[in-house]
Write a protein that binds this ligand. Structure first.
Ligand SMILES: [Zn+2]
Length: 296
């Protein structure tokens, strides 16, 4: 008898379950639509709640989005750009003192010993570099080697304790980019061994560096467009950002962000920039001739 009553109530149970499922489906569709209907409202209420937060953060948003840098910590100089670290400027207007030059050398590491990057023709300078720049240099020369098997990039002069007196291309002590510990003259000896700008077209490595070095934080420090006139004319390092030099082998580490902005001409209508012009355009340097920096 009990079994029968269970059996007879089974259709009712099934009906209940069916109605329940149906009601649940209707409710979920209804609620789903409703959620869709109120979506714009919830969006606008999100905006409302975002607004006061944005107001709170206003001072932070107002900060200029300039290049990233950190100052050199163990060296001192009257050169105001020293506080810009990798972006520091040494040229005939922005000098450094002997004390800076001597102390800077202690901070540098050997490219040969640490990375197997050899100096091709040691005649002036040491094969030394800032550790971060050296690590990026290693990546860069390896990328070149991978693309040109059997080839190698050598340094010719990286850090210099003193200046040189070879004429227009050389600068006296205190005025050369080679005091930064962030720079090297580079050459692939397979394409020739003399540093001669007229040979640019036969030096595949110089063309490769010009096109790719920014990915590793390096820039062509003295591009032709910023030489400030012919190399037979008096040296012109002017207020607009000319470097006074044209060298197709001189590469300088500034960090990937700044290098990308310089190589892609963010502040120079899409054309390769000079470090001088870049520092002026970003407001870090206020006068390229008087050698003054932004005061913060
Ligand atoms: Zn050089």
């Amino acid at each position: 008898m009990k079994k029968n009553s269970i059996l007879s109530s089974l259709p009712i149970l099934i009906a209940f379950v069916f109605v329940g499922v149906f009601a649940w489906l209707i409710a979920s569709v209804f609620l789903g639509n409703k959620a869709g209907d109120v979506q714009p409202e919830s969006e606008s209420s999100e905006e409302e709640t975002e607004e006061p937060i944005a107001k709170d953060e206003e001072p932070e948003e107002a900060k200029p989005t300039g290049p990233v840098y950190s100052p050199m910590t163990n060296v001192a100089s009257s050169n105001c750009t020293i506080k810009y670290g990798n972006l520091m400027l040494i040229n005939p207007n922005f000098h450094v003192e002997q004390e800076y030059i001597t102390n800077r050398k202690v901070e540098l590491i050997s490219l040969s010993y640490n990375y197997g990057i050899e100096e091709g023709n040691p005649y002036n300078g040491d094969n030394l570099m800032d550790a971060t720049a050296a690590a990026h240099m290693y990546e860069m020369v390896n990328a070149y080697k991978a693309e040109y098997p059997g080839h190698v990039i050598e340094t010719r002069s990286c850090y210099r304790v003193r200046g040189t007196t070879c004429g227009r291309l050389c600068l006296p002590t205190g005025q050369t980019d080679h005091h930064t510990g962030l720079t090297c003259d580079l050459i692939d000896p397979a394409y020739g061994t003399s540093l001669d700008t007229s040979l640019y077209n036969q030096h595949v490595e110089w063309q490769w560096l010009k096109a790719n070095s920014y990915k590793y934080g390096f820039i062509d420090r003295f591009p032709l467009a910023w030489a400030g006139g012919s190399m037979s004319e008096p040296m012109n390092v002017n207020a607009d950002g000319s470097t006074g030099l044209y060298e197709t082998w001189h590469y300088r580490y500034v960090g990937v962000e700044a290098a990308t902005e310089i190589a892609t001409g963010k502040y120079n209508n899409g054309q390769y920039d000079s470090l001088e012009h870049y520092l002026k355009a970003t407001g870090l340097v206020t006068d390229l001739v008087k050698a003054t920096c932004k005061t913060d």
